[in-house]
Structures are given as C-alpha cells and as structure tokens.
Design a protein around this ligand. Structure first.
Ligand code: SAM
Length: 267
C-alpha cells in the first residue's frame, strides 16, 4: 500500500485533482460555494464543542481511542522532536504524544475553532497536560509557522473538514523539515463490502439520533456521516498526498477501513 509520488502529470492526477475539487465544493452531500464551506464547518464545531469528547466516546463506543493510539504507535515519536498537531481540537493527539514522550516533546496544537481549543485547554489544565502545549488558533491552509519548523506533522479527523485539501498538504510539506514525518488519521472507506449496509444504517439513522439526544444537534452528525462518504478512498487520498512532494506514502486500514492512517515523509 505504498506509492511513490505522481508529480509528473500521470493519469492519477486527474482523479486526485477531481477529488480535491469535489471536496472544496461540498458540505456533506450539499454542493456549496467553496468560500462558504469554512463558515459552515465552523458552525458544526461551535455547536458540538461542549459535547465533542463525550460524543466521540459514545458514537464509536470508545474505539476512536484505539485508532488514536494506533496512530501514535505508527508515529513512534522521539522525545526531542518538534510536533505540530493540526486541527487538534480538544487535544487528544497532542496529549498522547506528550504521554508517549514523557512530556519532553515540543508540542504545538493548531485549530481554526477557538471554542474547540478552549474546551481542550481547560480539560488539559484540569488533567495536568494542558500547560505543555502551545495552543494556536489558525487555519491549516495557511499555517503561521516558518518553513521547516517541525519534525512531525499530525492531523486526526481534521483534513476531511477543510476546504482546500491541497493547501493543507502543501503547508504540511512546507513546515516539515527534510526528513520530517506526516501522519493523517481520517475516516475512510470500508474494505469489507458486506458490512456496508449495517454501516450505512448506523451512520444515517443511529448517529443523527445520538447527536440530537446527546449534543442537541442532529444536523452536525448528518454532516459527519455525509462528509465521510464524500472523502476520497484510501488509494485516492494516498495519491493526493503524493502530489505535494511528500514521499513514501502508505496507509493502514483500521477497523476494516472505517478509518485509515496515511503516513508520508518529507525527504
Ligand atoms: N483532532 C481532534 C480529534 O481527533 O479529536 C479534533 C478533530 S475534529 C473532528 C475536527 C477539527 O478540525 C475541529 O476542531 C475543527 O475546528 C478543525 N478544523 C476544521 N477546519 C480547519 C482548518 N481549516 N484549520 C484548522 N482546523 C480546522
């Protein structure tokens, strides 16, 4: 499942280019003007921020914790590293990196949504890890950091929500130092087609009801299910990553492809 980058106008380029364009113009299943998408996404996370962590546990029955742990296992963080967690939300990935490096990592967490960050920061301060993180409000598509500032770039369940995925991947390349590591955890596409029906029932019937019941917000969880279906499959996303100079792109499926981790290096 490894690919070398296709930066030479190969046929895969039109498929990946189409995928990026489709994402920019869609909010779940709705076609939207790309310049309205980030406002719509912001509304989702403003609405769910207070119940975000609880909902993650409930809707995945805690499985998101195993996926995030698998990401950190593959990352194998070195304690002295400079880490950037993009779209870091309430801090799960940053916390796990800190724990794995005995709090020696130089950890920066960036998110566009101040409410998600506030939620994470107050949770982190209560639990004792929040002060080891530099919390930055910013846009993954235009990072406020100098080139080659980081050894590691992580993004978990964030890239599906941005408008221009190409900009994020270009920014990942720019802020990583040569030899730096890119790791992305995201919902993906089932590798076991016989599970599709049950998964669709869960996604489009159970999930919105759970969202309404726990977070008082049905629509945000409809968006979640729809945005997952709109996100490129594992191989297309792998090729998209490869278009931006990142190398040795590979992926691992989690839970039969419900989620996947994509890994790459800036060489
Ligand atoms: N990484 C966290 C986790 O795994 O629990 C949070 C993931 S949450 C599903 C998605 C996050 O992406 C939200 O906090 C949202 O504000 C953030 N986000 C969406 N668009 C963004 C952008 N353009 N730049 C930075 N963060 C963004």
């Amino acid at each position: 499942m490894t690919s070398s980058a296709s930066r030479d106008g190969s046929p895969g380029d039109s498929v990946t280019g189409d995928a990026a364009t489709r994402l920019a113009g869609s909010f779940g299943f709705r076609d939207v003007a790309p310049d309205t998408k980030s406002g719509l996404v912001r509304g989702v996370f403003d609405s769910v921020a207070g119940r975000y962590d609880l909902m993650n546990d409930l809707m995945s029955l805690g499985v998101h914790r195993f996926w995030k742990a698998a990401m950190i296992d593959w990352l194998a963080p070195q304690p002295a590293g400079r880490f950037l967690d993009v779209a870091g939300g309430t801090g799960d990935i940053a916390r796990l990196i800190l724990e794995r490096t005995d709090h020696r990592a130089e950890m920066t967490l960036l998110d566009i949504n101040a409410m998600m960050l506030d939620r994470g920061r107050s949770r982190g301060l209560d639990e004792g890890w929040g002060r080891d993180i530099s919390w930055v409000v910013g846009d993954a598509e235009a990072l406020p950091f100098a080139p080659a500032s980081f050894d590691y770039f992580t993004i978990a369940f964030g890239i599906r929500n941005v408008t221009h995925i190409d900009n994020v991947l270009a920014e990942a390349y720019r802020v990583l130092r040569p030899g730096g590591r890119f790791l992305c955890l995201e919902f993906s596409h089932l590798a076991l087609p016989m599970l599709q029906r049950a998964y669709d029932t869960y996604s489009f019937s159970v999930l919105p009801r759970l969202g309404q019941w726990v977070a008082g917000d049905r629509e945000s969880y409809v968006y979640l299910a729809e945005s997952i279906r709109r996100f490129p499959d594992q191989a297309t996303f792998r090729d998209l990553i490869g278009r931006h100079g990142l190398d040795q792109v590979s992926f691992r499926n989690l839970s039969g492809g419900i989620a996947a981790i994509h890994s790459a290096w800036r060489l």
